[in-house]
Design a protein around this ligand. Structure first.
Ligand code: TYD
Ligand code: MG
Length: 456
């Protein structure tokens, strides 16, 4: 095999240099040169691109209409919340990048996934971070015995590909892409050039052999995947693991998906025996009252793009100080003060002699304006010591002129509420669906005054 030449390419202007330098000689930008493999001909360069391996591909031009649709058989991953973010299951030949903070559960999730898949598929788990013993310990902790998952402790890309060619697995997990290195480059594992080159070769392997490839990626402190952004462009699906390492609930969000919608969110709970799916995530943040209580309003918010039902509580109590307290937990404090002013001006309800506390239950943070109307109604409900119907949800933005404005994805929120057994919704008139919803009453309002009169 001819010796592979490497060059240094400027990521800003694309200029090539034979040696590394701090500044690009062409465009003068600093710190942009990174090592890359020098391909002598354009055909070889094409071969770096996923799926374009052979010269004979050049003769295969055809009309789009003639392209036969291989029926894309999706393979369920065994975890339905995971399938949800994947867009319905695994597509053969697809490459999925799973990013997240250290310790959030990436290795656990993928071990659980391959364990489920290994019952009917050939799986290969490549661990570059932990020893085989460590992975085995985890698998015992998860309660797996007699697993048919093939394990390989390796970090050299060439040996991973050789083993994969020999074993011919249907699913490969690379834990993690930052530990992989190729002999063709001199830079250390984890360097941008190494991550990019290894990923490119793994993508090509996956496309040529129709293997499902999972790449685990680390996230830097800034919250982006360590390594070049190009990694996100090369793969088919990018998933992020979110949540606090100390907290129970973990969310998986799809930020890119060539085979499904990106607005999906998978919810898991970390238990002492691995990740457990949360089947009914939109209601996990509700506190369960036996009967209606004053000051409590259920709202539908959008966490990412998945509707979540959360409870807003308010407590209004006579103040004995000159400057009454206004305290908001889970949403913006200034907004609470503003809403109270609107309530006074346009609803005729004064709170200047009252302490007002408002809280979003379950430690959820609501950042969108859809919480305005629920907060106002919770305040009024507490002040008047009158309960709102338990089967009602509320969402809507409140303007300074006392008007109720619509919020995005109204229909989605209404459907979610209905799915969870709610029977009516108090929303902005512009959020009312055009078609009537079966078994679900829409109370559409245009102004705050109207909203207050509708709740009596
Ligand atoms: P891990 O999958 O190793 O995280 P990552 O690969 O993203 O770095 O998860 C590690 C954390 O999960 C660790 O803090 C221990 C915890 N954990 C449990 O709470 N229960 C379990 O059953 C397992 C396997 C891990
Ligand atoms: Mg790990």
């Amino acid at each position: 095999m001819a010796k592979i030449k490497t060059v240094y390419v400027c990521s800003a202007c694309g200029a090539q240099a034979p040696k590394w330098a701090g500044q690009c000689g062409d465009c003068g930008t600093w710190n942009t040169l990174s090592e890359s493999i020098d391909f002598p001909s354009s055909q070889a360069a094409n071969s770096r691109v996923a799926g374009f391996g052979d010269a004979k591909d050049l003769n295969r031009v055809q009309n789009l209409a003639e392209v036969a649709l291989d029926d894309m058989q999706r393979v369920p991953s065994g975890l339905s919340e995971f399938d949800r973010v994947l867009g319905g299951g695994l597509v053969p030949g697809s490459v999925i990048l799973l990013g997240g903070d250290p310790g959030i559960g990436k290795s656990t999730l993928l071990l659980q996934t391959v364990a489920a898949l290994s019952r009917h598929l050939k799986t290969l788990y490549v661990t570059g971070e932990e020893s085989l013993q460590q992975v085995s310990l985890r698998s015992h902790r998860l309660g797996f015995t007699d697993l048919q998952v093939r394990m390989l402790a390796a970090t050299q890309l060439e040996s991973v590909v050789t083993v994969a060619q020999r074993e011919q697995p249907d699913v490969i997990v690379i834990d993690s892409i930052q530990t992989m290195f190729t002999d063709q480059l001199q830079s250390a594992p984890g360097a941008v050039a190494q991550v990019r080159e290894c990923a490119a070769q793994l993508v090509r392997y996956a496309k040529q052999t129709q293997t499902v490839m999972f790449l685990i990626g680390h996230v830097t402190k800034e919250g982006v995947l360590a390594g070049p952004r190009i990694l996100e462009h090369m793969v088919d699906t990018v998933l992020y693991f979110e949540g606090e390492a100390g907290q129970r609930y973990r969310l998986i969000r799809a930020v890119k998906n060539r085979y499904g919608a990106v607005n999906e969110l998978g919810v898991f709970a970390m238990t002492d025996r691995g990740l457990r799916e949360v089947a009914n995530p939109s209601a996990i943040f509700l506190s369960q009252h036996e009967q209606a209580v004053p000051g409590s309003v259920i709202m539908v918010t959008l966490e990412g793009s998945r509707p979540l039902l959360v409870e807003v509580q308010a407590l209004v109590d006579t103040s004995h100080v000159n400057a009454p307290k206004r305290l908001a937990v889970g949403f913006e404090q200034n907004r609470l003060a503003m809403l109270l002013a609107v309530l006074h001006r346009h609803g005729g309800i004064a709170t200047y002699d009252q302490d007002v506390f408002a809280n979003v239950v379950g430690g959820v943070r609501v950042t969108e304006t859809g919480a305005d109307l629920p907060v106002i109604l919770a305040v009024v409900s507490s002040l008047k010591n009158r309960c709102l119907p338990q089967d009602m949800v509320v969402f809507g933005e409140v303007g300074l002129a006392g008007e109720i404005r619509p919020v995005p994805n109204g229909q989605e929120r209404l459907s979610e509420a209905r799915k969870h057994g709610y029977k009516r919704a108090l929303v902005a008139a512009a959020n009312a669906p055009r078609k009537n919803m079966e078994d679900f009453e829409i109370i559409a309002v245009k102004t705050l005054d109207e909203a207050l009169s509708r709740i009596g």
